[in-house]
Design a protein around this ligand. Structure first.
Ligand code: ARG
Length: 478
């Protein structure tokens, strides 16, 4: 028999005389990784068969046999009772072959009016919709933890930096809330990626649609899609929604990597702003004293890997002629890797933050060194009537003097300050305290406790708004 294997003939074997080289079988098979799509594949097929029956394209009896058969396969797959076969190539043909093995003739009618090209697009879109939902749930937890830390630290003063040089005092709450804003944008980005996946491609066939009177909207409705694709050629060759998802993963990883860089810096002896819990640190095999922030470093490092996933598919897609090309089978491994990597990183980071000890007294001390109140000293003179440019110049000279004497601005006596400007009065000492510097910055978006408290209320509401929205879908991720 031509083209037969230990596992059975190829579903597409009709026009072939020779067998596929065993090596080639292994090379082009995707079951190793697309088995993760089994649930989406089976649910998609159940919807397709239901519609075929409703449209009278196959008999009601066949439709019922197919749906029952598929439900049985799904239950067995969920229970881990199915051995996927490499010789059946991919998840689509594995399921179809198994179905026919179980229910006979009727199974051979499932693929009517369908191609693996629109089928794989469907499965991946379903997967991405769910994955974006569960990523959003994960990020929601991270945002909540960041907000909880912020809530405790609206009065915890720390130095704010530019160029990694101490710049102006802020609070730990304000710093954490900056990451909350990033996380909220990440959540929105995954919401948009999910929307771009929310298009139902079945009915596009291999590339040119199909001759059967399919009801595409019915399939979309059965599977919870809000739209159907508008062009069959595009539908089978569009991977934008995967790129959107991996872009969302990449930007999110970039944000996590920045926070992790700070945790690594802050846990060094040079900073000592934070102690990372032993549960998220590791030691050295040689140096007995070492406690390394490995989790933070790994998250920072894995960011590069996720960018690589995005770049890999962008490069694969470049210059591909319409419509489907087998190159596109290379979309799934980077997609799964990017989602898995982000999920693991967000999970570890959330725990690392929740269990970290912040050393607020040292942070406050560091804030009061390095002339972080110099801008406020200039603003003080401006309030007394001096033009800002002149005030800047005067305070610059004060700083130069203090730097030489290794003291702060408020360590100078009033007489000494008055040598620089007669406008200085007794009130300068209160005006330049760290607390006053922070509290003065009370515009919306600023670090003053009141402004940050308002930001916290808004962020809590934004987090609440995404709460539960996608939770129902989470269960079906592999
Ligand atoms: N395993 C394939 C993929 O992941 C499914 C589509 C194959 N279609 C084809 N005509 N070979 O892209």
């Amino acid at each position: 028999m031509s083209n037969s294997q230990s596992g059975g003939a190829k579903l597409w074997g009709g026009r072939f005389e020779q067998e596929t080289d065993a090596w080639m079988d292994d090379f082009h098979a995707s079951i190793r990784f697309d088995r993760r799509l089994y649930r989406q594949d089976i649910q998609g097929s159940i919807a397709h068969a239901t519609m075929l029956g409703e449209q009278g394209i196959i008999s009601d009896a066949d439709a019922k046999a197919i749906v029952d058969g598929l439900r049985g396969i799904l239950a067995d797959a969920d229970a881990g009772r199915i051995q996927w076969r490499v010789d059946a190539e991919d998840i689509h043909m594995n399921v179809e072959a198994l179905l026919t093995e179980r229910i006979g003739e009727a199974g051979k009618r499932l693929h009517t009016g369908r191609s693996r090209n629109d089928q794989v697009a469907l499965d991946t879109r379903m997967y991405v919709k769910e994955a974006c939902g569960s990523t959003i749930a994960r990020l929601k937890t991270l945002a909540e933890t960041l907000v909880s830390i912020a809530e405790k630290h609206t009065e915890s003063i720390m130095p704010g930096y530019t160029h990694l040089q101490r710049a102006q005092p802020v609070t730990l709450a304000h710093h954490m809330m900056a990451y909350v804003e990033m996380t909220l944008r990440d959540i929105e980005r995954f919401g948009r990626a999910r929307e771009s996946a929310d298009v139902m491609p079945l009915g596009s066939g291999a590339l040119a649609g199909t001759t059967y009177p399919l009801n595409r909207h019915r399939v979309a409705q059965l599977l919870g899609f809000s739209r159907v694709s508008a062009n069959s050629l595009d539908a089978v060759s569009d991977r934008d929604f995967i790129l959107d998802t991996m872009y969302a993963c990449s930007v999110c990883m970039m944000h996590l990597s920045r926070l992790c860089e700070e945790l690594a810096l802050w846990s060094s002896l040079e900073f000592r702003f934070v102690t990372i819990s032993d549960a998220y640190a590791t030691g050295s095999s040689m140096m007995p004293q070492k406690k390394n922030p490995d989790a933070a470093e790994l998250i920072r490092g894995k960011t590069g890997r996720v960018y690589g996933d995005l770049l890999a598919l962008l490069t694969t897609m470049k210059g591909l002629p319409l419509a489907y090309n087998k190159d596109m089978q290379e979309d799934k491994e980077p997609l799964f890797d990017a989602l898995d990597t982000l999920d693991g990183c967000a999970r570890v980071l959330e725990r690392m933050l929740a269990t970290a000890a912040f050393h607020v007294q040292r942070m406050a001390r560091r804030a009061s060194e390095g002339f972080t109140n110099a801008t406020d000293a200039a603003d003080y003179l401006v309030a007394k009537g001096l033009p800002f440019r002149q005030a800047h110049e005067i305070v610059g000279r004060i700083v130069r003097e203090c730097a030489a004497r290794e003291c702060g601005i408020t360590d100078l006596t009033l007489d000494e300050l008055r040598e620089f400007s007669a406008l200085f009065g007794e009130d300068v000492y209160d005006a330049l305290s760290m607390k006053a510097c922070v509290e003065r910055r009370n515009l919306p978006g600023g670090p003053a406790a009141g402004a940050v408290e308002a930001a916290i209320v808004q962020a809590r509401a934004a987090i609440q708004a995404v709460a539960g929205q996608y939770d129902a879908e989470n269960s079906s991720l592999a």
